[in-house]
Ligand binder design. Sequence first.
Ligand code: SAM
Length: 157
Amino acid sequence: MIEVGVFTGGTAIFAAAFFKAVFMAFDYVCLDIKDHLLILPKTEKRLGMRYEFGKTSDAFAGEVFDVVFIDGDYSFKWAKRDYLNLGKFATKICAFHDVNAKEYLPKGGGVYNFWRHLCSSVARDMTAIEICHSDAHVGAQKDGNWMGIGILDMTSK
Ligand SMILES: C[S@@+](CC[C@H](N)C(=O)[O-])C[C@H]1O[C@@H](n2cnc3c(N)ncnc32)[C@H](O)[C@@H]1O
């Protein structure tokens, strides 16, 4: 798995612990333009995590991962670039965070518009699932439809 924009490692540690428990050979590339990480070296090693800081998805363009989680820069431009560099090569899942976050619309349409654009272009070829994970009256939108994770099931192609 690769996570684009790992930040402090909250999602990474949770996902790595789950996948490592079901598949011993699992490893996790944690990518970020900056080092914000708060995970202990012993834990990283145990969970098969490898850090790649000061880099973007450009450094891994064309590499194949089972799972790609895109959660870095929320602009349309970077959501598209991360998808073209990594997401479209995923063998099982390509997921984007913040597909319902309208606060990123000023960033060229944001990941919000990229996700919709992508869904309309791949709709005939694979299954897309959207999970909303916000309570009403919470966050930037307060409409109960904030943030959200968009998932492309690459196995359905
Ligand atoms: C909201 S945080 C990610 C949160 C993290 N995925 C989690 O679930 O806890 C966004 C992160 O993306 C990083 N970032 C911003 N632009 C990026 C890019 N183009 N490529 C990789 N990382 C980027 C930032 O440094 C920041 O740490």
